[in-house]
Design a protein around this ligand. Structure first.
Ligand code: NI
Length: 136
């Protein structure tokens, strides 16, 4: 019997979507307003979902405090109030789309968890636009 524990978190961050090897015109055509050279911000909402067996002794799948602390150190401390393109090394040469941010977050959190758990990342860039990544 597997149960999924979800933890929500939040960070504000700025980004710009563009490729250095494309002209401004091509970046503008593909990324539109997100190619603003002066950057723009989003209020990102994160849901980290951990799936596993219930421990018969504790009744927990995972102590949510452990998950909370991992999210704080790996995501909030690293991304909150940052310019993702400029200040976060993972995005130096990687477009900080919601898709890529979700993959980066997964790759930061997964190694901190017991390997017996499955992890799924849900990342809202706006209340209506969100992506999910489960390591596939
Ligand atoms: Ni944007």
């Amino acid at each position: 019997m597997k149960v999924t524990v979800h933890r929500k978190a939040h960070f504000n961050a700025a980004h710009r979507l563009y490729r250095k090897d494309w002209s401004f015109e091509k970046n503008d055509a593909v990324f539109g307003l997100c190619n603003n050279p002066n950057f723009h911000g989003h209020n990102y909402e994160l849901i980290a979902s951990v799936t596993g067996e219930i421990d018969p002794e504790t009744g927990y799948v995972i102590d949510v405090k452990i998950l909370k602390d991992i999210i704080k150190s790996e995501v909030e401390d690293a991304f909150d109030h940052k310019n993702l393109n400029v200040e976060v090394p993972e995005f130096k040469d990687l477009n900080p789309t919601a898709e890529n941010i979700a993959v980066v977050i997964y790759n930061k959190i997964k190694p901190k968890l017991d390997p017996k758990f499955q992890l799924k990342i849900t990342l809202y860039e706006t209340p209506r636009n969100f992506v999910t990544y489960s390591g596939d």
